[in-house]
Ligand binder design. Structure first.
Ligand SMILES: [Zn+2]
Ligand SMILES: [Zn+2]
Length: 498
């Protein structure tokens, strides 16, 4: 440990690693460049934005049996969002980077070995291949980002306007970053997708500490005035700050108390969707709030449309629900990527998915808050793979490739989660067998049967008065036909009421 008095304010600044070339004074934000045994003040560093990350300087954890401690961070901003790179040191002095992008984490260390062939940064496209260390990787994202703030101790000189050029590759949970920030020959980082639990992190900030520093809980609801039309927009500080105004459809970024209009979409009309912004779903005991929704359209001649709803839970993060002509799907973005399993086949968690089709999609309408910049008119290339009631989907843009897993769910269940029982009851009639197999439908069937019984009796009473009991067998037969299946199904479905 090397300690020095900040030349600007006199506070003590420490360098825990001999490899650290700069440190940011935590009191006055002066950037101190280490030079032999002295430090030079090279000007102020922008303070990091309060982003509600649970990680902080001194957070520790275990990675592949080795303990590490966080000593610094930089914040990087690119066209569609921003992320943190936490700089950490293992006990043996080796360094690693813990990347934190709205709750998704990867941990990487610099690799001594290099791939035999590295692509030019300008040539890398999402979906491109990289052979490294006997493993085939696929390019996940390609980004040019700008450093917007720094904190603590760092291994290289960064300052305002410092530009990072990085390409990330994935295979299963494995992760490789090619970092072209210093020139055409990239520095290689190797690691994997992690969670704070698998890292057994300690000294994380808890909700109270985050609230104290931010003035708000991470993911709590905040409101701002749309800078374009003045309507109130709800957003989630720290997790979903890219907004599309529900009233005028302006695309708005809200960060660190600053609000900026990114694009206007005033010609869009209002839509009514099955689920609405602010709706709350109870799924498996957890409450999820619907914070964003967008309508997408298949590009080309086919013009099917679907609605994607973004749900948020402060503990569990994000979850998508998609409503299409075919039904409803619960969709989760994959941290673990599928692997090739033969021609037109992929394997994920031991299951084989078969290629279904490729198509293009376009965002035609959006409203609410998102964890990245949603842009009306955004186009993506989509490939679907099927296995039973699950669909594995690759979604590719010019700068990113994402995998998500969709599981088919019953409309009745989705509407039930959102407490929209009336809408569930108005769903198109299903067969008696299907109704009998779902919950309390026995009593609903009985209600319907009583209504029809009353109708039959009312219609047949005059006949009864005029003709006596002659001809009674026809309405009587009708009643038997009406009630018989209900008694039968009520028996078989008793006990599965919820
Ligand atoms: Zn200072
Ligand atoms: Zn507006």
């Amino acid at each position: 440990m090397y300690q020095v008095a900040c030349p600007s304010c006199g506070a003590q600044v420490s360098f825990r690693s001999a490899a650290s070339v700069m440190a940011v004074c935590s009191y006055c934000q002066s950037t101190l460049l280490r030079d032999a045994d002295s430090v030079r003040d090279i000007g102020k560093m922008s303070a990091v934005l309060e982003d509600y990350s649970p990680i902080q300087i001194n957070t520790s954890g275990m990675f592949e049996g080795k303990r590490f401690g966080v000593v610094g961070r930089i914040q990087l901003e690119y066209a569609d969002g921003y992320w943190n790179e936490w700089y950490a040191l293992f006990d043996d002095g080796a360094a690693c980077w813990l990347s934190d992008a709205s709750g998704k984490y990867t941990l990487t260390v610099e690799s001594a070995t290099k791939p035999q062939e590295v692509p030019l940064f300008e040539r890398i496209q999402p979906g491109g291949r990289l052979a490294f260390d006997g493993v085939g990787y696929i390019a996940a994202d390609v980004r040019t980002a700008r450093c917007t703030g720094g904190q603590g101790e760092l291994p290289f000189k960064v300052g305002e306007g410092w530009e990072a050029k990085v390409a990330d590759y994935r295979n299963g949970q494995r992760f490789v970053t090619l970092d072209y920030s210093d020139g055409a020959t990239p520095v290689i980082y190797v690691g994997k997708a992690v969670t704070l639990e698998t890292l057994a992190c300690q000294l994380l900030r808890d909700e109270t500490q985050i609230q104290q520093s931010a003035g708000k809980l991470r993911g709590s609801t905040a409101n701002l005035e749309c800078p374009n039309c003045g309507a109130s927009i709800a957003y989630r500080p720290g997790v979903a700050q890219h907004l599309v105004c529900q009233t005028c459809h302006a695309e708005v970024a809200a960060r660190a108390g600053q609000v900026e209009v990114l694009a206007k979409n005033e010609e869009l009309d209002q839509r009514t969707t099955t689920l609405a912004l602010g709706d709350i779903a109870k799924i498996g005991g957890a409450a999820w709030t619907l914070i964003g929704l967008m309508e997408c359209r298949e590009t080309g001649e086919e013009s099917s449309t679907w609605v994607e709803y973004l749900l948020y839970n402060p503990q569990k993060g994000f979850q998508w629900i998609v409503e299409s002509m075919e039904g409803w799907d619960l969709v989760t973005v994959q941290d673990e990527w599928p692997e090739a399993a033969g021609s037109g086949q992929l394997r994920l968690s031991g299951q084989v998915f078969n290629k279904l089709y490729d198509y293009g999609a376009e965002v035609v309408w959006a409203a609410g808050a998102f964890n990245w910049r949603v842009h009306i008119g955004d186009r993506t290339s989509i490939a679907d793979y099927k296995q039973g009631n699950m669909t594995l989907t690759a979604e590719r843009t010019a700068s990113e490739l994402n995998w998500s897993l969709a599981k088919r769910v019953a409309a009745r269940d989705v509407l039930g989660w959102f407490g929209k029982a009336a809408q569930a009851a108005a769903l198109p009639k299903q067969s008696a067998a299907a109704l009998a197999s779902t919950g309390d439908t026995g009593s609903q069937l009985r209600k319907v049967a009583w209504i029809f019984t009353a109708i039959i009796v009312v219609l047949n009473l005059p006949i009864l008065f005029m003709q006596g009991f002659d001809g009674i067998e026809i309405p009587a037969f009708g009643l038997v036909a009406l009630w018989f299946p209900i008694f039968k199904f009520a028996d078989s479905s008793s006990g599965d009421d919820d």
